[in-house]
Design a binder for this molecule. Structure first.
Ligand SMILES: [Ca+2]
Ligand SMILES: [Ca+2]
Ligand SMILES: [Ca+2]
Ligand SMILES: [Ca+2]
Length: 573
């Protein structure tokens, strides 16, 4: 891990960023870019829906992304030392944020008046107050060592479901008791996960509290370095990623008093020549094997449980992990007791990915160009920070149906008194859909149900209506339609002209309203012999053969299925 940021920095300097675009192994999911243009982003926090604070490692700036737009000015700019893995590294919101508007930051503070490389003052946790626009009123709540370093500074901070602040720092390349060297220096705040109250004071229920001194603040030790901590939303237990030297990266479940074994044991104890008896054991501590290890190191970083069903019920509460070396995203299925994982391949029965074939089972996505953080957004989607791309991505259900929209291009004309039914024909996105009227109103008598407009209009007129549609994953679209309702069709002919026996006769039935073309029929009565009705034009023509008077009931049908009848009298002299 120690060289990873440097390697990435070198690659970026040379312009070697031709990584493939991020891709996922699940064809039902897709990667969308939320924002680009970040400089070496490390970690992020959602301060609201579509409102993200994200940290930039090397310039100490906290940037804000609102609705996918990177705000031009930073909300905070601190003086960091950015040598190797030092810099602006970790962010956590107070559990009662924004009611309690505290934002906590972990960074390597510089001794200089600007950013520096090689002039660190300390690794420090400050508590800031979010005022709606910026981070103000810094208060130092934890002051940690920074030498030897310059790598293994840890930097992830997170509040647990117990309301306590957890802070991880790596070994800073030291070799004391906290690195399981019993004859080394006394506990010196390295290789540790701290557990603190929200003001930095020490909770009395910490595992080593009774022993006082430095160790009273510790929750776990023996950690080489970590770039990821998260809490299981089901069990409340702490999980973290740990970075091995040239073998054995780890995923650990961290109970109070956990000793991860570094630097006597890395990876499973059974694979390591040294044993638990070789460790430095604080009273009340315990060693546990990792729940998963990579034999060949990948630099695991961000870790999060997907506390949502937005990617499908099959992923709810599953664990996701990112790496910095390859830009891979990994997926782990917890076992029923949620203290380990379920694997299908026999090669992972030993909980170690020994080769690429074994690792394939847990690779969920690739091409993220150096992941530094994973978070579940307020929208339930999985967000990924790409260090190399300077981007935040979101993983969301794919729209294999295409983008959400309206299939209907216009609405058919309605007619007063005639049953109406028109489909807006929603397409794309992820059903089910919710259709609503954003502005305007449907003509009286019509209503919308699902994506259909139906009913019987009572009043002629023209309406402009803007419809909106939202799909299951919150995508939305809108479209404006005009809906014209014409008056009912009626026969306007008042009387039929008189006919004369043996003389040519011609008249034409007329209608108004509805929608042409009309079609005509004779519903009752019989035309005088010699006359005929043209059903298309409504013309009555011919030469009547004999005198008489007949009542004739005509019907007109229009193209909107409107219909009207009228009885007229035809007299032939
Ligand atoms: Ca700065
Ligand atoms: Ca370990
Ligand atoms: Ca061993
Ligand atoms: Ca194996």
């Amino acid at each position: 891990m120690m060289k990873l940021f440097l390697i990435l920095a070198v690659c970026l300097f040379r312009g070697i960023t031709a990584n493939a675009a991020p891709t996922l192994n699940d064809p039902d999911l897709q990667v969308t870019e939320i924002v680009s243009g970040l400089s070496s982003p490390t970690t992020m926090a959602f301060i609201g829906p579509d409102d993200i604070l994200v940290l930039q490692k090397d310039d100490g700036k906290v940037r804000r992304v609102i609705h996918g737009v990177l705000q031009p000015s930073s909300v905070l700019d601190v003086n960091v030392d950015n040598q190797s893995e030092r810099g602006l590294l970790g962010i956590a919101l107070h559990p009662n944020f924004p009611t309690t508007p505290f934002v906590y930051l972990y960074y390597t503070e510089s001794t200089t008046a600007g950013d520096s490389s090689g002039s660190p003052a300390g690794n420090r946790v400050y508590r800031y107050t979010w005022d709606g626009n910026g981070l103000t009123s810094p208060s130092l709540i934890l002051d940690l060592p920074v030498t030897t370093g310059p790598n293994h500074d840890g930097g992830i901070i997170a509040f647990g479901p117990d309301g306590k602040l957890y802070v991880v720092i790596g070994d800073l390349n030291r070799n004391g008791q906290l690195q399981n060297n019993s004859t080394g220096a006394a506990p010196d705040d390295t290789s540790v996960i701290f557990r603190l109250n929200d003001d930095g004071s020490t909770p009395s229920d910490n595992p080593f509290f009774a022993q006082g001194g430095n160790v009273a603040r510790y929750y776990a030790y023996g950690i080489r370095n970590s770039f990821g901590m998260t809490f299981d939303p089901v069990t409340d237990k702490l999980w973290m990623t740990e970075n091995g030297p040239n073998s054995y990266d780890e995923i650990n479940m961290v109970d109070p008093g956990f000793n991860s074994g570094w630097n006597k044991i890395m990876g499973p104890d059974s694979r390591d020549p040294q044993n638990v008896s070789d460790l430095f054991s604080l009273t009340g501590s315990h060693y546990s094997d990792p729940k998963f290890s990579w034999l060949k190191t990948v630099g695991p970083t961000g870790i999060v449980f997907l506390n949502s069903t937005e990617l499908g019920a099959q992923y709810q509460f599953d664990l996701f992990v990112g790496d910095i070396n390859h830009g891979n995203l990994y997926h782990f299925k917890p076992n029923p007791t949620r203290d380990g994982f379920v694997f299908s391949g026999v090669g992972l029965a030993d909980l170690v990915a020994d080769n690429g074939a074994e690792l394939d089972e847990v690779i969920f996505g690739t091409g993220f160009n150096g992941i530094t953080d994973l978070k579940v957004g307020p929208d339930g989607l999985l967000y990924v920070v790409s260090f190399g791309d300077g981007r935040i991505y979101a993983i969301a259900p794919g729209d294999s149906n295409g983008p959400l929209g309206f299939g209907a291009t216009s609405l058919p004309v309605g007619e007063v008194g005639v049953a109406y039914n028109a489909a807006l024909d929603i397409t794309g996105g992820t059903p089910p859909y919710v259709v609503s009227i954003i502005s305007g109103a449907l003509p009286p008598g019509l209503a919308i149900a699902s994506e259909n407009i139906s009913g019987t209009a009572t009043t002629p007129g023209s309406s402009a209506i803007r419809f909106g549609v939202t799909d299951q994953v919150g995508a939305s679209a809108a479209k404006r339609f005009r809906l014209l309702v014409v008056r009912s069709v009626s026969i306007s002919t008042k009387a039929l002209p008189l006919g004369r026996t043996g003389r040519r006769y011609a008249s034409r039935l007329a209608a108004v309203g509805g929608k042409k073309p009309y079609t005509w029929s004779l519903l009752a009565g019989t035309l005088p012999a010699g006359l005929a009705l043209d059903l298309t034009t409504g013309r009555i023509t011919g030469t009547p053969l004999s005198p008489g008077t007949t009542d004739l009931t005509f019907q007109v049908d229009d193209s909107l299925r409107g219909t009207a009848q009228k009885t007229l009298t035809l007299t032939v002299n």
